[in-house]
Structure formats: C-alpha cells, structure tokens
Design a protein around this ligand. Structure first.
Ligand code: ADP
Ligand code: MG
Length: 723
C-alpha cells in the first residue's frame, strides 16, 4: 500500500480498484508507522498479523464522553465505567508468591482505589498521569471505595466524543490508543482507493445497510452511538452472510456428490399406519410427515433434524418415515443412545405397528406381515446371527437398536431410512457410520430426532448441514405438569408426603438423583444411598426400585419391566431414565439436587411425567440454589414450553457454549451474536440461499467468494457442524 505524492500519479491512484479484504490480508501490520518488530509480536499475540486482522479487531466498548459516570456517582455493588487519571501505583508482595498492585485514580469529582491481585504487570502498565478507563464493580473496604481486579484500558488524550476502547492485552504491552492510531492510519491510507463492497447493492438496500467502507470507519471511529450501531449492523450482516454462504454451498456440494434413493411414496402403508392409530395426527405431525416424505421422494439423500418437545409425538413421524422406505422395498433403522431407550422404542414401535400388513405389490401374495426386530449388545449370539442374516436378506423391514447397529457384520439388503434418536448423544461420525450402512450405490435418508429443542437461529448456524422440521404442537389431552421448587425443609417434607399420597391413589413416582460427572461408581453409590434412606425413612413401606448405570442391562430391563407393570411404586434412578421412558401412570417426578442439572436435562426429566390423563407434578429439590442455577430452576417453574426454555437456556449460558469457544485463533464471527442478532441470522440465511440459487458457485460474485474462502476455512465450518 503505497501512496504516491506526485501529482502525476493521481490519475493512476484514482484508476486503481478499491481495496478488498484480500488486499488487506496481504498487507503486513508492519507497513503501518510505529509497528516495529516488538509491536508486531505483541499484535500477533492477539492474532493480529495483517491489516485485515487489524481492521476486524473491533472495539469492545465505547465511551460516550458526554454521559460517562463520575467517581462521586458510583454506587456500592454496582458495575460502572469511569474515566480517570492515575495518581499513584504501588506494588506489594504478599504471602506465598502472591502480589498485589494498588492504584489510585481520580477525576474532578473524587478518588478511587484499584486493587489488582496477582497481576504484577499492572505495575509496568500503569503510571502516574495516564488517562484510563476503569470498568468494574464498586465495593467498600474499611470505609474506602475501591474496585478489585477491574478492567483497565489506557485511553491517552482523547478529543472525540465517542472513544472506542479496544480489547487489549496489558501483558502483551498493547494499549488501546496505539491500536487506535494504527487503525486510523490504515483507514487514512485507504481513503484514495476506497474499500470495495462485494455485497450487491439491491441486498444492501433491502436490508437498509450502509456501505462497507463507511461501516468499517464507523465501527472504529463513530461520531455517535447511532453511527456505531448502523456500522455494526452492516458488519454483522457481512459475517453472517459469509457463514451462511459457506454452509449452504457445502451442503449443496454434498447433495450434488451423493446419490440418494428416490423413494416411491405412492403406497398406502403409511396411510394404513396412521389410520390404525387410536388418535388423529396433530397438524404439526401431518405437516412434518409431508416434509419428510417430500424429501424422501427426491433423489438426493435427506439430512433432516426433527425437533419437538418431549411428548410431541416424534415417534409417529419416525415410524411413518421408516414405513415409507419399507413400502418401496427398502428397510428402516432406528438407532437410540442407550439399551433402555432402544428397548423402550422397540416395545413402543412394535405396539404401534401391531397387526400392520405390508401390501406386497411385487409378490403373488397380496400382503405380508411387517417384520420389526431389536438389536443391541445384549442380543444373544444365536439370535444375533439370525438377525444379521435377515437384515442382509431384507427379510427384516425395520430394526431398532443401539450402537450395535453400526458394528462390523451388520449389513442391510437395502437400507433406505435411518432415524437417529436424541442427536446430542451421538456424534457426526456415528451418523455417518450408520449412513454408510446403505448400499454402495445410494445413501439412505437420515432423520435425526431431538427432544432438546434449540432456538431456530442457533439451529441455522450450528446444524447448517441439516434441514429442520419442528413439531410445534402438542397432542391434545395432555395434562399440564405443575412444577414446584420448595425452598424450606417443611416444603421439602411435603414433597415426600405428596409421593406417598399419589402412590396411595395407585400412581407411581420417579426420584432422580444428581448427576455426578467424575465417576459412574460414585454416582451409583450416591443413588444407592438415597434409595436406602428413602426406603428407611421418608418413603418407608412403599415398593421402591433402584436403577443406575452400574447395573447390567438385564438387571436394568427387569427393574424397568417391574416399574412399567406397576409392581414398583417409586423408581429411584440416575439420569438413565432421562430419555424415552414412557410410563403414563407415573405422576410425580422428584429431582434431587436439581441445581446440578442443566435446563435441557431438567426439561427432559420432567417430560417423563404428564404422559397420562392424570395431573402430574415435578418437584425440584435444591433449596439453597443461587445465581444462575436459581435462574434455571425459576425458568422451569415458569414454563413447560421447551422452546421458551431453550431460549432461556441460551440467555443464561451465553452462546459460547453453543458456538463453542475457539481454542485459539479468531473466527469470522467477531461481532455477530446468535442472541442479539437473530433477525440478521434469518436475513443472511435467506439472502445466501437466494444468491446461490442464481449463482451456485458465486462466479458472478467472485470477490464475495474469495472473502468466504479467506475468512472461513473448512475447519471453521467443520467445527460449527460438529458442536
Ligand atoms: P416424543 O418422542 O416426541 O417425546 P412420543 O412419540 O413418545 O413423543 O409420543 C408420546 C405419546 O403421545 C405416545 O404415547 C404417543 O402414542 C402419543 N401420541 C403421539 N401422537 C399423538 C397424537 N397425534 N394424538 C394423541 N397422542 C399421540
Ligand atoms: Mg420419544
């Protein structure tokens, strides 16, 4: 990037094309004045190596000089930001190898102490006379106001009204005002050529977006907070558009490469099935079955996520999909994450399919019975061998099982439909392994079911490779579950009274014990202790069963069978009962140490009751829960809507856990937030789809394509899809 000062070169400068992201990427930060080897190294430590990295190193905050807090206005216990001058810096060694740096700052209105523990470098970072911005919570220590370990940014002499504050590293020796100076220089030197804008004008107008040059300038040097906001919108859109272009291009490339099965969806088997059910389908079930069937008829393999709250009736949809395959002469497989769940599914699906006959169009017999089998690691050797044979010959139509389905030796005559239940338990690899059980010539269709709904925008980003169908309507006649969170010992005692009362009425109850992540053995011991205590005390005299992960599958199944059959009143269990267990007579769910569970898991557990026509209750035992754990429990008490809870969960956890924290390096999502920018996610997804419909390889948008390749490596996309 050279700027000629000669008059004659003006022409040349004017005719040179505007600068692209790729141009900025090629410029090393060292081209900027004041960036020498040492500063370049410091910048590299925050992953800023090129001018592009610098321009996309956005301020983390802005100070509006006209309404910042004064020291005298600070309130005890409240977080605030003040701009002040450093008066003194004093460093001290504490016991052990601990250090403390004490800094005094002041403004026109007062004085404030800053205490830093174990940040000895603050001594070097801060010195008398510096202008700093301090962000932290005020507390009082021995009558003096102070902040402990606040965030401190060096601002230097500032003149503008809005002061951007950069994420910086005091340790790396970077100061916000230096970063600002370099950004200033980069922007000044880009002035004559301008910054190119690859996003089509029509799209910009539609979304009311400012140009890219103006946006990059505005995010770094806003004249007002409004200007900062419009700049941010534009850049957020760019980030999300690139991401969606990447995800959709990839998905379409996979679809083009893979040959799927074009299922014959004209048969009457599904119709027979749905009319044999004792209930009409919900509107949502009909719609989703339609979506799945339409996908199955297409020659490209389906990759669809079926999300629906606990009890929304996903199984019916899964069975309809497998029957569509069977009708056309293929097979269906349903894979569940646990032994208990696979067995449960097998029993449930078999009873739904009772007496269903397959119209056998290609044989002399008009009809034949449908054949459904169960395959798990517990399937005895001889039976397993026989089953392997019948899967390979096509004699078995539908197989339900665990991981055993994806093992060596399991071959299908023609696997046409794969349903994977509870996706959060399986990795992408296992989905792929089951898909690979299809014939060499064509990949089976895949339907992934999850009862842990994720907000739509997160789904668009995280499951970019899957289409999403949502069962957003509950079957009628569900009795709502009342959720209680007792806060006192007396209220907790009432919970056990209620369990006794329900059992007295012939109902059953679950008691779920806390999750102990460190070890299954400890978890088993803890649940056993609770079981023994309840048996001796609170629930003495009731028939209590115990279920945990250390039992053999046969033992587990026998306990479950006793509970299902009503021979056990109360089932004390670990989270092995989390998914799929379906006992309509159970009306109470007690969750011990509920603060140890996440929202999704509590919601799953709660969904084990309220399955019959009796009113049900869920009791969350965690009297002392505070903070975020308390917020989670409050959310559960307030709503039983899984989608609302998913939103609440995202709010409480922060999106880091959904997008995953990058281990190192920076990704392209610098500004965009799945929580704040939902509308932009949707808008960008739609824009990307339309753009690719008309220009599948972005040949007519080559600069945008280059940008996507530059900023979003394959590993970024892989990463998102694996989380
Ligand atoms: P999910 O897997 O979504 O949690 P299930 O498929 O296990 O839900 O269905 C829960 C219960 O609701 C089952 O007993 C099922 O037979 C019943 N069910 C499913 N669809 C309907 C419907 N349309 N009307 C009434 N009951 C239904
Ligand atoms: Mg289910």
């Amino acid at each position: 990037m050279t700027l000629s000062s000669s008059v004659g070169a003006d022409q040349e400068v004017a005719s040179r094309p505007a600068l692209t992201m790729a141009d900025f990427h090629k410029m090393d930060v060292e081209v900027l004045g004041g960036v020498g080897t040492a500063k370049a190294k410091a910048l590299a430590s925050v992953d800023v190596e090129s001018v592009l990295d610098l321009l996309t190193y956005y301020p983390r905050r802005y100070i509006d000089r006209t309404n910042r807090a004064a020291i005298s206005d600070l309130e005890d216990g409240v977080e605030a930001m003040v701009m002040a001058q450093v008066d003194s810096v004093f460093s001290k060694k504490l016991r052990g190898s601990r250090t403390m740096v004490r800094v005094t700052v002041s403004d026109d209105t007062g004085r404030l102490g800053l205490i830093f523990f174990n940040q000895p470098w603050r001594d070097r970072q801060l010195s008398q006379g510096q202008e700093v911005v301090v962000f932290g919570k005020l507390d009082r220590y021995r009558g003096q106001y102070q902040m402990t370990n606040p965030i401190v940014d060096l601002v230097g002499d500032e003149t503008g009204r809005i002061v951007p504050v950069y994420p910086q590293s005091g340790k790396a020796g970077l100061q916000t005002r230096e970063i600002r100076r370099w950004v200033d220089e980069a922007l000044r030197r880009s002035e004559s050529r301008g910054i190119s804008d690859p996003v089509p004008e029509s799209l910009r107008q539609y979304h009311n977006l400012i140009g890219r040059h103006e946006a990059i300038d505005g995010i770094h040097r806003p004249e007002s907070m409004d200007a900062q906001y419009t700049a941010r919108n534009r850049l957020v859109f760019d980030e999300l558009l690139r991401l969606q272009l990447k995800l959709i291009m990839r998905k379409r490339a996979v679809e083009r490469a893979a040959v799927g099965i074009s299922h014959d969806t004209s048969g009457e088997l599904v119709e027979r099935f749905t009319s044999s059910l004792g209930f009409p389908l919900t509107g949502a079930q009909r719609r989703v079955i339609g979506e799945v069937t339409a996908d199955m008829a297409r020659p490209v393999p389906m990759h669809r996520l079926l999300q629906g709250d606990v009890g929304a009736g996903k199984t019916v949809v899964a069975v309809a999909a497998m029957l569509t395959a069977v009708q056309g002469g293929h097979q269906g497989a349903l894979m569940a994450p646990t032994e208990v769940l696979a067995t449960q599914h097998y029993l449930g699906v078999s009873s739904l399919l009772d007496d269903l006959a397959v119209p056998a169009s290609d044989s002399l017999l008009a009809e034949r019975p449908l054949r459904v089998a169960l395959l798990t690691n517990q399937t005895p050797g001889a039976e397993r061998t026989r089953l392997h044979g019948s899967l390979a010959s096509g004699e078995t139509d539908i197989v339900i099982g665990t991981h055993a389905l994806i093992q060596e030796g399991v071959d299908f005559a023609s696997l046409g439909m794969v349903v994977v239940d509870e996706q959060h338990r399986f990795g992408v690899e296992q989905r792929a392994a089951l898909r690979a059980k299809g014939s060499q010539a064509a990949s089976p269709d895949v339907l992934v079911m999850t009862a842990t709904p994720i907000p739509r925008t997160a789904a668009m980003t995280v499951y970019g490779d899957l289409d999403v169908s949502t069962l957003d309507e509950m079957p009628p006649g569900r009795t709502p579950i009342a959720t209680r969170w007792p806060r006192t010992a007396a209220e907790e005692a009432e919970v056990w009274e209620q369990v006794r009362a329900e059992v007295g009425r012939g109902r059953q109850a679950y008691v779920v014990c806390p999750l102990i992540e460190e070890s299954d053995t400890i978890e088993a011991r803890s649940v056993t202790e609770t079981y023994e205590r309840l048996q001796a005390e609170e629930l003495a005299g009731l028939r209590i069963g115990l279920l945990h992960g250390q039992l053999t599958p046969a033992e587990k199944e026998s306990v479950m069978a006793l509970f299902r059959g009503g021979a056990i009143d109360v089932l004390v269990a670990t989270t092995v009962i989390e998914v799929g267990v379906d006992v309509p007579n159970a009306t109470v769910m007690v969750i011990v140490d509920a603060d140890r569970f996440g929202i999704a898991q509590l919601h799953q557990l709660r969904g084990r009751v309220g399955r019959g026509d009796q009113e049900s209750t869920c009791c969350l035992l965690a009297a002392d829960a505070v903070g975020i754990a308390a917020e989670r429990l409050r959310a559960l008490v307030e709503t039983t809507d899984g989608f609302e809870l998913a939103e609440a969960d995202l709010e409480l956890r922060g999106e880091g856990t959904i997008l995953g924290e990058r281990q190192k390096g920076r990704n392209d999502l610098q500004l965009a937030s799945l929580r704040q920018d939902k509308e932009w996610v949707v808008g960008a997804r739609q824009a990307a789809g339309e753009m690719l419909d008309e220009d599948p390889d972005l040949q007519r948008h080559s600069e945008l394509r280059a940008e996507v390749e530059l900023l979003l490596g394959d590993d970024d996309a892989d990463y998102l899809m694996k989380s």
